[in-house]
Design a protein around this ligand. Structure first.
Ligand code: DAH
Length: 342
């Protein structure tokens, strides 16, 4: 019987040392040391033994159990350490692997112009406002001093949706909305970038949808000199610090007086080239002093408040700034065009 116990010890330790995983090891613990294990089985015969014999059999069986237990413990530590090693090895980071390339997009030139103008005007204390693209006739025309039947409505061929609503033909209706919301109290200093729509046939310089940036300043002490200073700053920011501007008389129903603004040609510097058609000047935007009717219709006292306004075509600025010859390039999403602005 003692021999059988020793045999079991050798057998168990053999199996334990050949194990390679923790689950298997646990099965061996149950197999050899559990209640139904072979050692318990052998010990059942103890009841037939002499007391002396029984005593030494008890001692040997304890030794065998302890030896198996110890072997299992040692193996367990070994396997656990190995598992940690393996986990660490699997998780090592190869710092020499080249990085994955991320394709970074390009800011669209119209967005770039808009961003640049927004930061310029924000730095001068303006806030950025927005308005709806589907607009009421009331804001798009009437509150801007363009009553129904006014001949100047023909300057802006419109996409009407109903008799009273249309796709806005300019960003000027945001002026009317902001004035109305201010309830007769200034000051107001806003710009408003956004899409506008006109029933034009598309060609190299016309598009049925384009981008405008409207500006409006209303306060108690605003003059044409403020307008001119602001526009000079704008021209220099967009086209270079040595640019000059000139104001030519013009007409818009919502401003009086109205002006068209030219900047000295940035290609030839003013001496005349193909870009400025030999004149040295390039038209960049329309502007003027807010018409008293516009102020009054939106609840401002025109004896107390004056204002100036301007409307910039973002496409026009971008075309001049980057030498783009066809306005349709902005809308066709051709990556060969867009990637040039990296
Ligand atoms: N709304 C005009 C247009 O689309 C542009 C414009 C001109 C806006 C003069 C203004 C302005 O605010 O004062 O043709």
């Amino acid at each position: 019987m003692l021999n059988r116990l020793k045999e079991l010890q050798i057998e168990a330790i053999n199996e334990i040392s050949n194990t390679t995983d923790l689950k298997e090891l646990n099965d061996l613990r149950v197999k050899y040391l559990g209640k139904k294990g072979p050692i318990q089985e052998v010990m059942k015969n103890m009841k037939d033994m002499q007391p002396e014999e029984r005593k030494s059999a008890g001692a040997v069986s304890n030794e065998v159990k302890n030896a198996i237990s110890a072997a299992i413990e040692t193996k367990k530590e070994e396997l656990e350490a190995l598992a940690i090693q393996q986990k660490l090895a699997n998780e090592t980071i190869d710092v020499t692997l080249p990085g994955r390339t991320v394709n970074i997009g390009v800011t669209h030139p119209l967005q770039a112009v808009t961003n640049e103008l927004e930061s310029l005007f924000i730095s001068m204390g303006y806030t950025v406002e927005e308005g709806p693209e589907v607009e009421w006739d009331h804001y798009n025309f009437e509150l801007l001093n363009l009553p129904k039947g006014h001949p100047a409505r023909d300057m802006q061929d419109s996409f009407y949706i109903t008799e009273e609503s249309l796709l806005r033909t300019h960003t000027s209706p945001v002026q009317a909305r902001v004035l109305e919301a201010a309830k007769g109290k200034g000051p107001i200093k806003i710009i408003c970038p956004g899409k506008v729509y006109r029933r034009d046939d598309d060609d190299a310089t016309h598009s049925h949808q384009f981008t405008q940036i409207e500006g409006l300043v209303v306060d108690t002490d605003v003059t044409m000199a403020d307008l001119k200073g602001t526009l000079l700053e704008l021209a220099r920011q967009m086209f270079g610090q040595d640019r000059e501007i000139r104001l030519r008389p013009s007409f818009f129903p919502f401003t009086e007086p109205s002006v068209e603004v030219d900047v000295t040609c940035s290609k030839c510097g003013g001496c005349g080239c193909n870009i400025c058609k030999g004149t040295g000047w390039i038209e960049i935007l329309g502007a003027g002093m807010v018409h008293p009717n516009v102020l009054e219709m939106s609840g401002f006292d025109s004896k107390v408040y004056q204002g100036f306004a301007f409307g910039i075509g973002a496409e026009r600025i971008a075309m001049l700034k980057y030498g783009i010859e066809d306005i349709r390039n902005f809308y066709t999403n051709d990556l060969r065009f867009i990637n040039q602005f990296k």
